[in-house]
Design a binder for this molecule. Sequence first.
Ligand SMILES: *[C@@H]1O[C@H](CO)[C@@H](O)[C@H](O)[C@H]1NC(C)=O
Ligand SMILES: *[C@@H]1O[C@H](CO)[C@@H](O)[C@H](O)[C@H]1NC(C)=O
Ligand SMILES: *[C@@H]1O[C@H](CO)[C@@H](O)[C@H](O)[C@H]1NC(C)=O
Ligand SMILES: *[C@@H]1O[C@H](CO)[C@@H](O)[C@H](O)[C@H]1NC(C)=O
Ligand SMILES: *[C@@H]1O[C@H](CO)[C@@H](O)[C@H](O)[C@H]1NC(C)=O
Ligand SMILES: *[C@@H]1O[C@H](CO)[C@@H](O)[C@H](O)[C@H]1NC(C)=O
Ligand SMILES: *[C@@H]1O[C@H](CO)[C@@H](O)[C@H](O)[C@H]1NC(C)=O
Ligand SMILES: *[C@@H]1O[C@H](CO)[C@@H](O)[C@H](O)[C@H]1NC(C)=O
Ligand SMILES: *[C@@H]1O[C@H](CO)[C@@H](O)[C@H](O)[C@H]1NC(C)=O
Length: 411
Amino acid sequence: MFCYTLITSIFFNIFLVDLVICDGLFYLQRIPSSCVETTVNITTDNTISDNCFIFSWQQITNLSTSYTTYQNPKTNQTFYAQIAALTVLGSIDNYDLDYHCPPTGYNGVSSGCSTSNDTHLVVLHINALDNKLYFINVILSGTPFPSPSSLVDNQPPFGIAWHVFDGGIVTQSTGYLRICKKNNSTRCPNVNGSTHALPYPLTSNTGYGIFGIKKYGFVTNSVWIADDVNQILITSAGTTYFYFNATGFFVYDYKSNTCTWSPSCNYQCELYNYNSRFLDYAGEWIITQKWGVESIKPVVAQAWIGNAIDAAGVFPIIMYVDNATVHYIGLDKLDPNPAPNIGATYWYLAHDDTITGDSVLNFHPSVADVGCVKQLSEWTGPINGCEIIMRLNNIRKMLPLTFIFLYLFAF
Ligand SMILES: *[C@@H]1O[C@H](CO)[C@@H](O)[C@H](O)[C@H]1NC(C)=O
Ligand SMILES: *[C@@H]1O[C@H](CO)[C@@H](O)[C@H](O)[C@H]1NC(C)=O
Ligand SMILES: *[C@@H]1O[C@H](CO)[C@@H](O)[C@H](O)[C@H]1NC(C)=O
Ligand SMILES: *[C@@H]1O[C@H](CO)[C@@H](O)[C@H](O)[C@H]1NC(C)=O
Ligand SMILES: *[C@@H]1O[C@H](CO)[C@@H](O)[C@H](O)[C@H]1NC(C)=O
Ligand SMILES: *[C@@H]1O[C@H](CO)[C@@H](O)[C@H](O)[C@H]1NC(C)=O
Ligand SMILES: *[C@@H]1O[C@H](CO)[C@@H](O)[C@H](O)[C@H]1NC(C)=O
Ligand SMILES: *[C@@H]1O[C@H](CO)[C@@H](O)[C@H](O)[C@H]1NC(C)=O
Ligand SMILES: *[C@@H]1O[C@H](CO)[C@@H](O)[C@H](O)[C@H]1NC(C)=O
């Protein structure tokens, strides 16, 4: 397919209208019949018309943030995965794609999600070499929110929509991006949800890395230890630690030295929601750069885009799974309200299989260390598959953690 650029300068008394015409595709990944051919114009006119979406370039420039740079292994093209909450007007074939927060209590979701009218939560794929926009993924909210128990893997209403631009579009700093339906199409790539299955539950895995928020220039340590056999998950963002077991979770905050127990979300609620009811396969990405990490060894990941919905809230995300080990290796998270530099990222630089029992028992600070319980077993319950012998590589991995631990408690 070709894409031609026609810069026409038409003066309507005072307006200068630049039109860049390009063909593209629009479709919802889970609805093959949604595939349409689109015409894409760059314009200064933001009047809504039937079967069109209108994006503001200034909003794209002002609000989108990239936490991840990846290379497509099929084309070798490198893209910035820019996340953003944008005001987008219009609809195509009655798909308006506006984000709506799920009602409080949906799938155990707590209150606190808010969004604005006409907001799309998007991942923009901008080519690092030519700075053109090649794809947009829109994260669907799942409205009208059928009962979570009736949701089917890879079936509507959750998942993502795609805008594909043949040849890419030169990004602008002002004006509007208008995407209109031209015709029905059968040209959309068919993504078979069954051939790209997200492991369910996520493979037990231990990761050490970072948590960062670009808006605050904030980067801190993060740990992820999932032990499915024992239904235990330890995860941290800096000095906040979450300790999930089969019943609920402790959250320990170092700064206030407080530990709070909550039965609202347990291991299953937290971990089993990263699944194909809410997330769509977005492709194999070779991650070459992460914001918040100086330099990384490129890692082949499978990218999954959608929502994580649980008692901790609603998190529109790009989730990364290691292509070789199928380990969870991180996520980029969006905030549902338009704002500059939104979102946050978790990225695990070192990751390994969790040793059932052992990895959790050897993690410090433990729930007992921080005073949530007197005995670790009050939280773990009976532990399966405990290995007493410490492996050398575990000791090595624990050294930095011991250091963090000392730091936390000495200062
Ligand atoms: C896009 O540009 C073409 C060529 O000028 C024009 O025919 C078409 O009406 C434009 N579409 C929209 C929706 O502005
Ligand atoms: C984008 O940022 C510029 C400069 O800060 C500001 O003047 C403009 O209003 C912003 N536009 C939008 C659509 O947010
Ligand atoms: C991508 O790069 C690899 C290694 O340099 C090369 O073998 C392959 O042909 C390239 N693929 C494309 C589509 O350019
Ligand atoms: C959002 O949309 C609702 C319903 O159309 C409307 O009542 C409300 O005023 C809108 N809010 C804003 C801030 O535009
Ligand atoms: C619309 O699609 C149909 C069937 O795919 C094709 O025959 C027709 O030429 C297309 N029309 C336009 C305007 O592209
Ligand atoms: C597109 O397909 C729908 C049903 O799938 C049909 O009703 C409509 O007429 C088609 N439109 C065009 C332009 O082919
Ligand atoms: C998707 O893949 C599965 C397993 O590989 C296969 O059984 C199924 O027929 C495929 N579905 C479609 C629509 O191609
Ligand atoms: C990802 O994993 C699959 C299955 O193991 C393999 O066939 C494929 O080559 C891997 N992708 C890359 C880019 O290494
Ligand atoms: C989880 O921890 C809580 C708090 O210590 C405890 O009451 C509960 O029995 C534990 N659950 C299991 C399955 O051990």
